[in-house]
Design a protein around this ligand. Structure first.
Ligand SMILES: [Zn+2]
Length: 414
């Protein structure tokens, strides 16, 4: 492969006018004023930000782009979304699932999103969605890392065939063990599902990622069990609690015990700001809860926190476009993370932190890492910077609102 030299880039840590040499799909050198080798492809970054790709730590590729099929979610609640997905499932075909998922992957790559962890519902005995997404994972492999989670949407214990189907999905090559303890019939069943699923993951040497406590009920405390099981089974750094919205409504004293437990177990947390700001708090009057988990407090406790997109145009969410900056933007606002360091932490939540959730060791802008700023050294998408053409007397004909004249230097350190 032809070597590539990217010139005049700004890096996420604030270093400006940096060049990157890419050889055989890896970053070989970073520094100012690197000499071009003969035959190298030159890309002028013109001072724009150069970053490792976006990573989405939580998505549902099997339902994406199905908005309005067979009808829209009238109440806007999580539970109606689950019911609606149940209505749609019998009508799904493998071909339609593949086509919608591939269409979304195209959107993702166009937006610099090159790694996605997608949950896949295993509660359909035909495992149609599993077969479809395994096919998609193979197709997109050259340009996008797709990791699949076996997700028992209707409840591991509540749905009679879920456990058997989940094992079948793992046998077929699905990567991660999923769960949904708050959707089981009782708190006790929820805790039992967490135990069974963590033991299954430990047996098979797999990671765990559960939809956990996606509820406004402050007594939904399955994350405590998840941390305890991860610790008991030695799954430190391999287990993720997704959503964790009940933490928003928990009392502070209980949370002061919970956060160190989560850190001790090496749990990752994934917040889904776009979805949970719209789904949660639907039963509240005013004041109304925001419903996102406690992001800055989790980070301060040493828990790795990523943001996920979760849904795009499906029974749970009518909007979205695969733009992880939109996700980070919502997370930043909902969590009030407005200092420079916190804004950078929100960027990390859709890049490096999310890569840690997926276990992507090649991710990052460092010598020796995969050159995925252009996917293994190859340019996979190009887009023009946003620009508007104006027709205003006495003003310039075009405006570039991405550069702020007189913007101060970034704060030192992180
Ligand atoms: Zn989800």
């Amino acid at each position: 492969m032809r070597p590539t030299l990217i010139r005049h880039a700004t890096l996420v840590d604030g270093r400006r006018d940096q060049d990157l040499r890419i050889v055989d799909g890896r970053i070989a050198e970073i520094g100012p004023g690197l000499a071009a080798t003969e035959g190298a492809e030159l890309i002028d970054a013109r001072g724009w930000l150069l970053s490792a790709p976006f990573v989405d730590a939580h998505f549902h590729l099997d339902s994406t782009l199905s908005y309005g099929l067979p009808r829209v979610n009238r109440s806007g609640t999580l539970l109606e979304g689950i019911a609606l997905w149940g209505e749609l499932k019998p009508a799904l075909t493998q071909q339609a699932l593949v086509e919608r998922a591939l269409a979304y992957c195209d959107w993702a790559v166009a937006r610099g999103l090159l790694a996605i962890r997608s949950h896949v519902d295993v509660c359909d005995d035909r495992l149609l969605a599993v077969e479809a997404l395994l096919q998609v994972r193979e197709t997109v492999k050259p340009w996008l890392d797709l990791q699949l989670v076996a997700f028992p949407q209707d409840g591991l214990l509540r749905s009679p065939t879920a456990l058997a189907n989940l094992r079948r999905a793992l046998d077929r090559g699905v990567d991660v063990v999923g769960g949904i303890p708050h959707f089981e019939r009782t708190m006790a069943d929820g805790a039992e599902s967490v135990r069974l699923l963590c033991e299954l993951a430990a047996e098979r040497g797999l990671r765990v990622d559960m939809h956990c406590d996606e509820s406004d009920d402050p007594l939904s405390r399955h994350v405590e069990t998840l941390a305890a099981q991860a610790h008991r089974l030695g799954l430190h750094g391999r287990v993720t609690g997704s959503h964790l919205t009940s933490m928003h409504g928990m009392d502070d004293y209980y949370v002061s015990k919970l956060l160190p437990l989560m850190a001790e177990a090496g749990l990752h947390a994934v917040a889904n700001p776009l979805i949970n700001i719209t789904l949660q708090g639907r039963h509240d009057g005013y004041p109304r809860r925001r419903g996102m988990t406690r992001v800055p407090e989790l980070m301060a406790a040493g828990v790795n926190v990523a943001f996920g997109h979760d849904c795009v145009m499906d029974p749970w969410y009518a909007l979205g476009s695969g733009d992880m900056l939109e996700v980070a933007q919502m997370g930043l606002h909902v969590a009030q993370m407005t200092s420079q360091a916190q804004m950078r932490a929100c960027f990390d939540a859709v890049t490096t932190n999310a890569a840690r959730v997926l276990g992507l060791e090649h991710h990052g802008v460092e010598v020796g890492k995969a050159a995925d700023l252009v996917r293994r050294g190859r340019v996979v998408a190009r887009c023009a910077p946003a620009e508007a053409v104006l027709d205003l007397p006495g003003r310039p004909a075009a405006v570039d609102w991405t550069r702020q004249p007189g913007a101060g230097a970034p704060e030192a350190g992180r």
